[in-house]
Design a protein. Structure first.
Length: 302
């Protein structure tokens, strides 16, 4: 009787039935369960990374016998060997080659994709819709389908063994994903700005460099981040086109720890793997805010 009276009083005071007031308690329990599930999933996903970092501090005899991320015997010898390099190639040489390819890839993608996106979004020319649809369809084309024709072309041009097969296509707007991303962003920019620039006597190139390009900053930052990460983590194209050891990257250098001797040096390989991951982690940590802003503002335009 007392509970009923209290519920009735609460209904008169708050204007809501008493059972509605008890819903936050159930939602709180559900929220706790959901967060515990997400935390467990996060730990499961981070376990391989923790095992990699922990194994980089284990002696070679302990790596295959200790399945936990925590080493029984702590050592930094693996990092000392990794810094010295592998197969006559120093860590700094491998790091320099990786940075060269990644930086040139970023520059090529940002410039060429921005120009191509501006043409598709603003200029009027014959077969524009057809060409845009054809470009978008290349996203669904696997890299392995065009690998052999591209290799034959680059081999005939004498570029195999250099950085050019990995970098030159980036200056030709071959990344349809970034072109589409920028097209969507440019379509959200008011055309009144273009018309105002035209009245002031600016042509298409001046309009692009002085008006459109500065406003594309979020899309350009997104392209920069993804281009750097994808290029840094790339392995298969580098394995195909780079046959000169002096041009090897960090990713190809990791393979040398397995191929140079019959007994694989897992400890130094794991140590160099951790060193290879660090630039990407630092790069992502610095530009994480710009990445979220860029994706949010680029993919929802138009």
């Amino acid at each position: 009787m007392t509970a009923t009276h209290a519920d009735a009083t609460a209904t008169l005071v708050t204007g809501r039935p008493a059972e509605r007031r008890r819903r936050p308690r159930r939602s709180l329990v559900g929220s706790i369960v959901w967060h515990v599930f997400c935390l467990a999933l996060l730990l499961l996903l981070l376990y391989p990374v923790a095992w990699l970092v922990g194994s980089s501090f284990k002696p070679g005899t302990e790596i295959l016998t200790n399945a936990t991320p925590f080493p029984h015997e702590f050592t930094i010898e693996n990092y000392q060997i990794a810094v010295q390099g592998v197969a006559g190639l120093s860590l700094w040489q491998l790091l320099g080659n990786s940075l060269t390819i990644s930086v040139l890839t970023v520059v090529g993608n940002v410039l060429s994709c921005a120009l191509a996106a501006y043409a598709f979004a603003r200029l009027r020319f014959r077969f524009r819709s057809v060409l845009f649809a054809f470009m978008i369809s290349t996203i669904m084309l696997p890299m392995h389908v065009v690998l052999i024709p591209q290799f034959i072309i680059f081999n005939e041009m004498g570029m195999v063994g250099t950085f050019l097969p990995l970098v030159l296509p980036k200056f030709l707007a071959t990344e349809a994903f970034f072109v589409f991303l920028m097209v969507q962003f440019i379509r959200g920019i008011p055309r009144d700005l273009d018309e105002a620039a035209l009245i002031d006597g600016a042509g298409p190139y001046r309009t692009f460099w002085s008006i459109i390009l500065p406003l594309m900053r979020p899309a350009l930052i997104t392209t920069t981040i993804f281009s750097f990460i994808w290029s840094w983590d790339d392995f298969f194209p580098q394995l195909i086109y780079l046959n000169d050891p002096k041009n090897f990257t960090l990713q190809l250098g990791l393979r040398l720890f397995v191929d140079q001797t019959s007994a694989s040096a897992f400890g130094p390989m794991f140590a160099m793997s951790v060193l290879a991951i660090l630039p990407v982690v630092i790069f992502f940590a610095v530009f994480q805010r710009y990445l979220v802003d860029g994706v949010a503002t680029s993919g929802l335009k138009g």
